[in-house]
Unconditional design. Structure first.
Lengths: 309, 660, 137
């Protein structure tokens, strides 16, 4: 069965008590892509992923994974999904070999070569006990156990959390290795935008339980624009700009970050009569930070008057 | 599945080993108490039937079972580790099945091995100086099975996601009920049945909660029903215990009582003694005149009076057959009664009617005495039941009787010697004896005999009024020693139904001369018992227990009938409260009806269950009609509108995703 | 083939553009010549540890410019040294870079004469290194 969309959600919602963690999420993840799921801490990413894997029941709405309702994932579908969590939990008392023997008994498509490959890539020995490994090494084990069954869909929940740079790089390399086959899909959440920039085709951004962006990576980056306006005299008040993200004031400078910068926005800014106006290109991380930071005007932490010259 | 099974075994092996050690310690302790020097201290010498062993084994099985179940679930406490366990190509039911199989195997190992060891010790001749029959293993078997029920309680406590930890343990009710039935039921199969039922309910509840990761709403229906049933049981139990506990804690205001009795003095005169909560007991003669003390001139005190009361031997004639011993399966008196210790030999009266002697030192069976013919074995003498091992034989003679013959027991030669045989088709219904005065009272269908230990009949009177209306006979030994009195006491129930027209009859006689006087005693005033209820227990039970209880009690006569209406009030109130709640939170129509009916049936415990089991969805105001609506329904229950999509703030970036 | 490509994340230049810029620079400086083979999309992606689609996009852009060509069964090859720009285009491309350069020089308190001197020195150095290999069209 080859679905065009490996993950599809409609109105997916989850409440914890009175608080809404995920609100009316509509996602379509096409087959064969690398899909990054971004958002601040506590914005609902882990909750969404748990709902997709049938570990948490939605309050409302539906989610379909590989054509199967997430509330009732059959064992056959589960065999095709790999899931890696941020805590890299396995049974610490097992050795690597025991863990591999344990897992391989469940999956008909277990590929010992892949397991070996990932283990060697991370530089691990199969005799070691998992609880004696460092965090980065445990991540490698987890990855090996997840990739060895050759899953069609790989779901990763902040897999690089707390990993040292070498382990992180190994992780990204493994993800790219998986995409060798064009029908393999990766759905992952991350805070590490450098890795996201390397590896993602599409991103979706959750802004405190609400989906605010879902687009190709490049589209996101180019949609967020920063404009620097220099004034000789006092800074004027900011007019109402649709899509305004942030405005940052210093003595003679006004920096405005906004989305969907078009001619009307440009005209509105020109009407402030700045001395100079230039568009600053943004990297992905800066664009992301502006997008998800506090909206509105702000100065630096201390008010200008309090700064000792 | 095998891998999962082995993994579970490995994980909890340590706990099982600790359990084996603890239980072995307990069993060794109890075994020593039963078979060591503490013999004769009141406990059964057969360890398998020792109440102390049953108690301690039950505690161990319950606690260990619960801990094991809890540990198995908490092994995957972290949600990511739980995800690791559950996200694999295997249904949740099979995963749970592997866990339970491993857990029960470990439990069987930890609880079963030491118990098996105990059984082997008991079976090996030379260890236990007491009779053994295979049904004696039933109590421990029932207790062993009980641990399985607690295993599921432990699992349920671990699995359930609940707001406060207290409500996690709310599944313990059925297990406690199971424990009660194990100790209360008469027969082993009854206990096993109840254990299976309660265990099944809890297992189903565990299964349901496991499917839904501990939530209630998303469970399959059988799981929900089982969980609700378990919680209702617990709530009912807690409330019942609360009422009883509170009742016992409160100090009674007044304990008024009044009862009176007839007492015979050694000179053959009967007095009526009246007790009440005020002052000393009154001692009054049959003519109504109070008895005065010669020395003080005032009313005789009870203490002084008791010195004059005549010694007696009482017999409750039963005419019971040997295999009609029907104590509970947990009581050793179902199989044997420890009778006498003579010269380091322990003598037991067994249910097949034999007298079995076990040597105290070698602990082996050394003698079996059986009355001859088909008289059906020995019958029980009229002595208090229980262990007589503390009355050691010191050159005294003892009597045992079958249905037809009275025997003298010779402990030294380990033989029995018949001393008295009833006439024709007559049958012995009961007997009593005093080893010091060497006299025995034997009651047959036709007559009452007084024998000495050589078998000589000192006197006999006809058994008139007869069995079964007058089953209790007492023989009083008056002064001088050839004077006696025989009391015929009526059956209590028969007397009540006949309205008190069956008087107690006293016959005075002189040995050798026959009956000298007959008197029917006047009826005594009705006695009033102190009221043991400090609280209005019946009213509270009606209010706070599920209505089914008061209704059942009223039909069985234990409850005043007009209190039934009291039981309906809380049921209706709870139904109304529930009705409001289910409407407020827009439950499905079938669920609404189901819960309201449930609350009507179960009253306050039902409401407690309902509140602790349910998860309440949040409510928001509808965009269309502005009323509050639950968030887990697609359409507003008031106006049918959908939920508004989240507000846009102008910074959305949406672009089509094309797979390049 | 002496072509090393390094990419930076977090830069305001998207990765695919970094690749195309570096390929163009390599061709312009002569490090890559006509007929040199570039690694396949897959291999290049795994070397740089980036998404293959990004490499594919870079290659597509370069192919559109006419700088490279994909020969089925054999690989990706450089086919032309550099793109021909009109004078206007060239000036437009250089303008912001010149602004940057002058701005930076002012910031480090270079005078106009300092800047000119530094520029001359750099240019002669560059000509010395690459003069033998640079060809006129």
């Amino acid at each position: 069965m080859s679905e065009q969309r490996v993950i599809q959600t409609r109105g997916l919602t989850r409440y914890f008590g009175q608080k809404c963690a995920v609100r009316d999420l509509n996602l379509d993840v096409p087959r064969g892509c690398v899909f990054a799921f971004l958002g601040r801490n506590g914005s609902g990413k882990t909750t969404t992923i748990r709902m997709l894997l049938g570990l948490l029941a939605p309050t409302r709405g539906t989610a379909t994974v590989l054509g199967c309702d997430s509330r009732a994932l059959t064992p056959e579908v589960r065999a095709r999904i790999g899931y890696l969590t941020e805590e890299h939990q396995e049974y610490g008392w097992m050795s690597l070999r025991e863990a591999a023997d344990f897992q391989s008994a469940f999956y008909p498509r277990w590929n010992e070569k892949i397991f070996r490959g990932v283990i060697d890539h991370f530089g691990l020995k199969t005799r070691e006990r998992i609880k004696d490994l460092s965090r980065g090494q445990r991540a490698g084990v987890c990855l090996a156990l997840t990739l060895a069954p050759d899953p069609e869909l790989l779901v990763l929940d902040d897999p690089a959390l707390g990993l040292d740079p070498v382990a992180r790089r190994s992780l990204v390399e493994s993800m790219i290795y998986l995409t060798r086959r064009s029908d393999r899909t990766i759905f992952f959440s991350s805070h590490n935008l450098a890795d996201v920039e390397r590896v993602a085709d599409y991103i979706a951004v959750l802004d405190y339980s609400v989906l605010r962006a879902c687009c190709p990576l490049e589209t996101f980056r180019t949609s967020v624009q920063e404009v620097r306006l220099r004034f000789s005299g006092a800074l004027p008040a900011l007019p109402k700009i649709p899509g305004l993200l942030q405005a940052f004031r210093t003595e003679h400078e006004l920096r405005v970050t906004c989305v969907h910068y078009d001619s009307t926005t440009e005209q509105a800014l020109r009407n402030l009569s700045p001395e100079s106006m230039e568009k600053l290109p943004l990297g992905l991380e800066d664009a992301f930070i502006s997008y998800l930071g506090e909206r509105g005007e702000k100065s630096f932490i201390l008010a200008d008057a309090e700064v000792q010259s | 599945m095998k891998k999962l099974f082995r993994k579970e075994l490995r994980e909890e092996m340590k706990a099982a080993l600790i359990g084996i050690v603890i239980l072995t310690g307990i069993l060794v302790q109890v075994y020593k108490n039963c078979t060591g020097h503490g013999i004769g201290s009141g406990e059964a010498v057969q360890p398998l039937m020792s109440p102390a062993l049953h108690r301690e084994a039950a505690w161990f099985c319950a606690v260990f079972g619960a801990v094991l179940g809890w540990l198995q679930i908490r092994a995957e406490k972290h949600p990511d580790l739980w995800a690791f366990l559950v996200h694999r190509p295997m249904t949740r039911t099979r995963i749970l099945g592997a866990k339970i199989a491993a857990g029960l195997c470990l439990y069987a190992l930890a609880a079963g091995l030491p118990l098996l060891g105990l059984l082997i010790m008991v079976l090996t001749p030379g260890h236990v100086a007491a009779p053994f029959e295979w049904p004696m293993t039933f109590p421990l078997a029932a207790i062993f099975l009980l641990g399985g029920v607690f295993y599921f309680v432990g699992m349920l406590t671990g699995v359930r996601q609940a707001r406060w930890y207290g409500s996690r343990g709310f599944g313990v009710g059925p297990a406690i009920f199971a424990a009660m039935t194990v100790f209360i039921c008469q027969e082993f199969w009854q206990a096993v049945l109840f254990v299976a039922i309660f265990g099944g309910i809890l297992a189903l509840a565990v299964w349901g909660s496991f499917q839904s990761v501990g939530c209630y709403r998303n469970q399959p229906m059988p799981g929900k029903l089982a969980l609700t049933a378990a919680f209702v049981a617990t709530a009912t139990l807690l409330i019942g215990m609360g009422i009883i506990g509170l009742n016992n804690l409160l100090v009674p205001e007044s304990r008024s009582f009044a009862w009176s009795d007839y007492v015979m003095t050694t000179n053959g005169i009967i007095y009526k003694v009246s007790h009440s909560q005020i002052g000393d007991p009154e001692i009054v003669g049959l003519d109504g005149k109070p008895l005065l003390d010669d020395k003080t001139g005032r009313q005789m005190k009870l203490q002084e009076f008791d010195r004059h009361s005549a010694p007696s031997q009482g017999v409750l004639s039963r005419f019971v057959r040997q295999n009609e011993w029907n104590e509970s399966y947990m009581d050793n008196q179902r199989f044997f009664i420890p009778w006498r210790v003579a010269d380091k030999t322990f003598w037991y009266l067994k249910r097949d009617g034999c007298l079995a002697g076990y040597d105290g030192i070698t602990r082996r069976l050394v003698a079996t005495l059986k009355p001859g013919g088909n008289s059906g074995g020995f019958i029980l003498p009229e002595q208090p039941h229980g262990n007589q091992f503390n009355s050691y034989v010191l050159d005294q003679k003892w009597i045992l009787a079958s249905f037809t013959t009275v025997y003298l027991v010779d402990f030294e030669n380990r033989a029995i010697q018949p001393i008295f045989i009833v006439t024709n088709d007559d049958r012995i219904g009961g007997y009593n004896y005093d080893s010091l005065s060497q006299r025995a009272v034997v009651v047959t269908r036709q007559a009452i005999y007084l024998l000495d230990f050589d078998g000589r009949v000192e006197w006999s009177v006809p058994y008139q009024p007869s069995y079964p209306s007058y089953p209790r006979i007492s023989v009083f030994f008056l002064e001088p020693t050839n004077r006696f009195a025989v009391e015929f006491y009526p059956d209590r129930e028969a007397n009540e139904t006949s309205g008190g027209t069956m008087p107690t009859r006293i016959e005075w006689l002189v040995s050798g001369k026959g009956i000298s006087k007959i008197l029917d005693l006047p009826k005594l005033p009705k006695s009033t018992q102190p009221n043991h209820n400090n609280l209005p227990v019946q009213e509270l039970a009606c209010l706070f227990l599920p209505p089914a209880f008061p209704i059942a009690f009223a039909f069985s006569g234990d409850l005043e009938r007009n209190l039934i209406w009291l039981a309906f009030i809380p049921a209706i109130l709870c139904g109304i409260v529930g009705w409001q709640l289910v409407r407020r939170f827009s439950f499905a129509a079938r669920a609404q009806m189901g819960w309201v009916v449930f609350l009507l049936l179960f009253g306050i415990p039902g409401l407690l269950t309902f509140l602790s089991v349910q998860e309440w969805p949040a409510r928001e105001s509808c965009q269309n009609c502005k009323k509050l609506r639950v968030v887990d329904r697609e359409k507003c229950p008031h106006c049918g509108a959908d939920f508004a999509p989240p507000e846009k703030n102008g910074t959305e970036i949406f672009a089509p995703l094309t797979a390049d | 083939m002496n072509f090393n490509c390094a990419i930076n994340t977090g830069s305001s230049t998207p990765i695919y553009k970094q690749i195309t810029d570096q390929v163009r620079l390599a061709v312009a400086t002569g490090r890559l010549t006509v007929g040199d083979q570039l690694p396949s999309v897959r291999v290049f992606a795994e070397t740089l540890v980036i998404n293959a689609n990004t490499v594919a996009r870079a290659y597509a852009d370069l192919a559109r410019e006419g700088l490279i060509e994909s020969r089925p069964g054999r690989g990706v090859f450089i086919i032309r040294k550099r793109k021909v720009f009109t004078r206007e285009e060239g000036r437009r491309r250089l303008d912001p870079l010149l602004d940057s350069l002058i701005g930076e020089a002012m910031a480090v308190d270079f005078t106009v004469a300092d800047l000119q001197a530094a520029f001359e020195k750099k240019l002669s150095q560059w000509q010395h290194e690459n003069g033998g290999r640079k060809n006129h069209e």
